[in-house]
Design a protein around this ligand. Sequence first.
Ligand code: PLP
Length: 450
Amino acid sequence: RNEVDDKGGVVVPKMPPFDYFPPPYTGPPAADILAKYKEYLRPSMFYFYSYPLNVVGGRMQYLFDDKGRRYLDAFGGIATVSCGHCHPEVVDAIVNQTKRLQHSTVLYFNHTITDFAEAIANKLPGNLKVVFFTNSGTEANELALMMARLYTGCHDIISLRNAYHGNAAGTMGVTGQSNWKFNVIQSGVHHALNPDPYRGVFGSEGEKYAKDVQELIQFGTSGNIAGFISEAIQGAAGIIELAPGYLPVVYNTIKKAGGLCIADEVQVGFARTGSHFWGFENQGVVPDIVTMAKGIGNGIPLGAVVTTPEIAEVLTCKSYFNTFGGGPVCTAAGLAVLNVIEKEKLQENAFVVGSYLKERLTALKDKYDLIGDVRGRGLMLGVEFVTDHKLKTPAKLETLHIMGQMKDIGVLVGKGGFYGNVFRITPPLCFTKEDADFLVDAMDYTMSKM
Ligand code: PLP
């Protein structure tokens, strides 16, 4: 589909027009900032690009660098920007609330927290209606794991190999990648086979993987467990949608063993999959505890745990509080995010544009052997690069190269998976078909030159 010039050469794809220009950059030179980064900050994630971007502005699906260059942000922060960078309604909600009341403690109440809690509860099925606010996904998952242990009186948790759930001791324990684990105490966690349709031993047969959970409980625990935690589409693991039919069987098994089912919706939730508002709904299950963060604040630090009134009883104000969780500015932002998602029909857009983008990426897979798999749902899509289709040998260097070249054309994508060979495409949900075309054309152009 790439455009060809009059000499038959492929033309560098052009970014769709956009009528916003950031004010001229007046900050320090990029080299000075980088020098300070090296001296004062760790860790550095800049290994993604040979020369990192000095990002100085953002608007909807675009980021701007210090030279005024525009980039299509197809990573959406890290799946954090749901409505669009600096969406005017979210910005207004934050600014107005900041002027009125910037902080309140847990000793008093105000309506931003109750309005947002009610709005989230109204989006969830069943009796999931009690909300605990946190400041991040890690904190939300830590709290969910603790609640499952307190409620059941058991310690053992089942999670999935390859999963990522956070970077504190408990969440690092349930994370299933050596890359993200340290030698700190992470007891009582059992990692089940990942129901990964591309690399997993049973392909797309969800029920076969589910049997492994039964066996883990039988042979690795006393038979009674605290719970099970998983995403419906794993994000950091490389956009892996759990094999169909997996969650219903596993949720039954867990319930029989006395455990609670925790859905980690930190990346996949809040309209991203398009077909449903929550990722778990794609497998037709209802969890006991749902955790969320990232997109719920459009980039503002905000997380939440939602559960039933009965399970919520395990925590009282004498045993638990969170200084910043659910602060007025963050919950005002969250409420604005929900309003924008509804008003601008962003879930529907994620479905329509996501399906179109997946179709175009799948066509690209037929063109280039280097693409082993295209997967995901809505605006949570993955492209896995391999040098050999049978062996599925990860094409790590090629992935980095394509990512770097696409950046130079003006498209930013994320990278992930255990081997670092998967593009993670999780743009703001305002992404358009023209953006999808630009992304695929930039990828096609780059790969045609390799
Ligand atoms: N859970 C999932 C599925 C995530 O992707 C992440 C972060 O990438 C987390 C939890 C941790 O969230 P945070 O980085 O906000 O602590």
